[in-house]
Ligand binder design. Structure first.
Ligand code: SF4
Length: 126
């Protein structure tokens, strides 16, 4: 389960501004003006958001001055797909109703299931 990230009110506002900027991003030197703060605080906010893994902060030059371009890191929700369990031996196993944790027949000791999992791991690693 992903860990919850705590954000201050100013960090939330910054995230909203960066999100609205979309893929082109926003310069750090613009962000602090929009937030109504100063350069130093704007920089701290951006650094904190970067450390929290929420934004990318790439060096940039604007009007001859060094700054950073900020873009939101997109997170895809975990997609559940039937493709991920296709071919699982349990679906066609005659022991399915007798198989379980603490039973004589158990997924923990099942070679068919272990082989299928290992094969999938190997194929996804390609
Ligand atoms: S874990 Fe093995 S024994 Fe249990 S249902 Fe799946 S294939 Fe059958």
């Amino acid at each position: 389960m992903p860990r919850a990230v705590r954000l201050s009110q100013m960090e939330r506002k910054a995230i909203e501004v960066i999100r609205k900027a979309g893929e082109k991003g926003i310069l750090q030197s613009e962000l602090w003006k929009i937030l109504g703060t100063d350069s130093r605080e704007g920089s701290r906010i951006a650094i904190r958001l970067e450390k929290k893994g929420l934004i990318n902060r790439e060096p940039a030059v604007y009007a001859g001055k060094r700054t950073f371009k900020l873009t939101l890191i997109k997170r895809e929700g975990r997609k559940v797909s039937i493709e991920n369990v296709k071919g699982c031996p349990c679906f066609t196993c005659p022991n399915l109703t007798r198989c379980g944790e603490g039973q004589n027949i158990t997924p923990i000791k099942c070679e068919k299931l272990t082989d299928w999992i290992m094969k999938n791991i190997m194929e996804r690693g390609k």
